[in-house]
Design a protein around this ligand. Structure first.
Ligand SMILES: Cc1cc2nc3c(=O)[nH]c(=O)nc-3n(C[C@H](O)[C@H](O)[C@H](O)COP(=O)(O)O)c2cc1C
Length: 175
């Protein structure tokens, strides 16, 4: 039977919630990324790396680069958690922005998280404001995303266990 490890990092708790849902729903061990890979990593066959997307960058990317050699011997899926509405081509976009130069075969899955400008730390508020100004034209190609990134008042919460279905399906594949 596959032994499964889930690593996560979470700025505001959305990815942590998805990691907890995974822990409750499938047989796996959940760890925070700061713990690093365990010494007996060869006893695991599949690993899920979960994290938020910040200015296009997947939160687990540095972790994946650091452990690329070990992860290269395993089956790896990424659970990227963002504010963008799910649409065709989104996982491909995330792959291109983050993983195309990484010599790892990764399955990219997406889950929608939260967005609450008022609850953000100062540096993140600045990043959102600056990103909104710089990428105004690009963002406006996706009107919903444009509205959210410019919204300073609404506490959005899209977390939904159904987003985990593709990851669970990937876990069930036996090779
Ligand atoms: C500074 C900042 C930048 C963000 N950039 C993006 C982005 O580029 N794309 C996206 O889909 N979501 C973006 N988000 C939304 C986060 O990915 C979302 O809040 C997610 O739920 C974060 O998960 P976490 O709380 O587990 O870290 C951004 C949020 C912040 C605070």
């Amino acid at each position: 039977m596959d032994r499964i490890l889930v690593f996560y990092t979470s700025g505001y708790g959305a990815t942590r919630q998805y990691a907890e849902w995974l822990e409750a729903g499938v047989e796996c061990e959940v760890r925070q990324m700061e713990e690093g890979l365990p010494e007996d990593i060869e006893n695991y066959s599949k690993v899920i790396i979960a994290g938020g997307i910040y200015a296009g960058k997947f939160g687990g990317l540095d972790f994946m680069k650091k452990y690329a050699d070990q992860l290269g011997k395993m089956k790896v899926a990424v659970l990227a958690v963002g504010a963008e509405n799910f649409h065709k081509g989104l996982t491909e976009k995330i792959w291109l922005q983050n993983f195309k130069d990484l010599e790892l075969d990764v399955e990219v899955c997406y889950a929608r998280g939260e967005f609450d400008f008022r609850n953000m730390k100062f540096s993140d508020k600045m990043m959102v404001r600056i990103g909104y100004m710089i990428y105004k034209k690009k963002l406006s190609e996706n009107p919903e995303q444009y509205k959210i990134m410019g919204d300073r008042k609404t506490a959005y919460d899209w977390k939904d266990e159904n987003y985990l279905k593709p990851v669970v399906k990937w876990l069930e594949v036996r090779e």
